[in-house]
Design a protein around this ligand. Structure first.
Ligand SMILES: N[C@@H](CCC(=O)N[C@@H](CS)C(=O)NCC(=O)O)C(=O)O
Length: 213
């Protein structure tokens, strides 16, 4: 049985990615939550991974850290984690890589926070540029593959952009109707709803992750 080591559901955007993928694909796993930003976190996480970060997937004696490495590893056993068509699959890999390596302004200025809804923030141009780029990525996918998920059926791409959907919900942002349609698709998922409810119910508050009025 897989074990997925995750951080606080309220804040850990990287943990949400493999957790949501495993839920959507029906992969059985046990989850273990480590509280971020606490004195014990580094000690606890270092028993699994020298990288010192969550998520981590443990499968018998195999330990995989990093959300992308975890999703790629799962895709070897569950090929429907990626789109079936090779051209769509390359496209999905490209937008996942872009998410994994980029959007630093969005990440730092608009933290994922399950408790945040339409908080008021002043947007830096760099954040606006990240938002526009993500809207373009989503629009192109939804037009080309006809939705409701980015590549028709749920894939790793949707798992990677789910935390962005939560960031977009958390703050008052000017967003296109098409963007909101895709967000609605994500929010209709009982798995994402379960994560949000669990995150919102957590007691910890990490002050530097609390942004907006
Ligand atoms: N590239 C890594 C990043 C993981 C990451 O930054 N995780 C955060 C939590 S969301 C973390 O463990 N932070 C703890 C720390 O930096 O002390 C991944 O994709 O898994």
């Amino acid at each position: 049985m897989y074990r997925l080591i995750i951080g606080n559901k309220n804040y850990s955007s990287w943990s949400l990615r493999p957790w949501l993928l495993m839920q959507h694909l029906g992969i059985p796993f046990r989850e273990e939550r480590l509280a971020l930003d606490t004195p014990d976190f580094q000690r606890q996480v270092s028993t699994y991974s020298g990288a010192g970060r969550v998520p981590v997937l443990v499968n018998d004696d195999q330990v995989i850290w990093d959300s992308l490495a975890i999703c790629e590893t799962l895709a070897e056993q569950f090929p429907n984690a990626w789109p079936k068509d090779p051209v769509a699959r390359s496209h999905a890999r490209a937008i996942v890589a872009e998410m994994h390596a980029g959007f630093g302004a969005l990440r730092s200025e608009l933290p994922m926070n399950c408790r945040a809804v339409e908080r008021v923030v002043v947007l830096e141009p760099s954040v606006e540029a990240d938002i526009r780029r993500i809207e373009t990525i989503w629009r192109e996918c939804l037009e080309r593959y006809q939705g409701p998920w980015l590549f028709g059926a749920f894939s790793i791409a949707d798992a990677f952009y789910a935390p962005v959907v939560l960031r977009f919900r958390g703050y008052r942002l000017p967003l296109a109707a098409r963007t909101r349609d895709y967000m609605a698709t994500q929010f209709e998922s009982p798995h994402l709803q379960a994560w949000i409810a669990a995150g919102a119910a957590e007691a910890e508050v990490i002050p530097h992750e609390e942004v907006g009025d």
